[in-house]
Ligand binder design. Structure first.
Ligand code: BJW
Length: 236
């Protein structure tokens, strides 16, 4: 199967990766739904920690939880899958991940659909945002430009995706010859819809995941196993 997947990759001119938390789990960053790897939503209520309602009810709890995750991401380093992806300068990387491991691996074109945990932004409408230090994440604080609070610059449930990132991702996925889907359960929309979009536009689909997912039926080739082991074999 690896050989067949490599042949598909070699014959594709435009390759896009579409990744989820399974890409970063071997770097020590937990997934959301995978019980086997300590998925965050198997232990925490996403509506308390990753929704506008949760932030309105207890903003300090949310910011403290993100501080814990920010420190864990600071300690993490890119794994062989990030490095293999980064080595392909011709690829576009659409990711649902909010970590910066693809950036630190040196990947070129990265589209982050669910924002970035490396920045805070105003929870109101003033538009203020700033990069934060992952090693020393800030506590709950007031926006320097308006009376609202700052919050992590990530996309919570019920929120729209960043418009530019979403449009760029749609464009990349509808124009690619091959979509390499890595480590996502493919249950969160609209992001998961990009796989069907690429398929409808005629792209081949290769999925790398430790188990079958909601997107398995869309795959030309599904490779079951760890991204850190399979992706370097595909792209090396
Ligand atoms: C490995 C591995 C290894 C492990 N190697 N693989 C009903 C129908 C359709 C949509 C909805 C609906 N009800 C509600 C919605 C909307 C909602 C949604 O999709 N909900 C579903 C869960 C039902 N979507 C939204 O709210 C989005 N916005 C939106 O739709 O706006 C329009 C709207 C407005 C108003 C009302 C309604 C709609 C926004 C979604 C935001 C998601 N945010 C999060 C948190 C980001 C911030 C943060 O990190 O704190 O994004 S949730 C979380 O899920 C995170 C992820 O990016 C996202 C996807 O998860 P991912 O990456 O797939 O991780 P897992 O854990 O699910 O899967 C990991 C996989 O890796 C597993 O398959 C493992 O097997 C595998 N694996 N080890 C390879 N070594």
């Amino acid at each position: 199967m690896i050989d067949a997947a490599r042949r598909l990759i070699t014959s594709a001119a435009r390759i896009v990766s579409f990744s989820g938390a399974g890409l970063s789990v071997e770097s020590g960053v937990p997934t959301f739904r995978d019980a086997a790897t300590g998925g965050l939503w198997t232990k925490h209520d996403p509506m308390r920690l990753a929704s506008p309602q949760g932030f309105a009810e207890d903003p300090a709890l949310v910011v403290d939880w993100y501080a814990h995750r920010r420190r864990a991401i600071a300690r993490a380093t890119p794994n062989p899958a990030h490095l293999a992806l980064a080595g392909r300068r011709d690829m576009t990387h659409v990711t649902q991940n909010v970590d910066d491991l693809l950036h630190r691996a040196g990947a070129g074109r990265i589209i982050q659909l669910h924002g970035s945990i490396t920045a805070d932004r105003c929870n109101g409408r003033c538009g203020y945002s700033e990069q934060i230090d992952l090693w020393n994440p800030p506590p709950l604080r007031i926006c320097p430009k308006c009376p609202d609070r700052l919050r992590p610059d990530v996309v919570w449930f019920g929120e729209m995706l960043p418009v530019n990132a979403w449009h760029q991702a749609q464009k990349a996925c509808s124009a690619c010859d091959l979509l390499l889907v890595i480590g996502t359960s493919a249950v969160v929309y609209p992001a998961a819809g990009l796989i069907g979009l690429a398929r409808s536009a005629g792209a081949g689909i290769i999925i790398v995941n430790t188990e079958p997912t909601e997107a398995s039926d869309l795959a030309d080739i599904e490779l079951l196993g760890k991204a850190g082991e399979i992706v370097p074999k595909l792209l090396g």
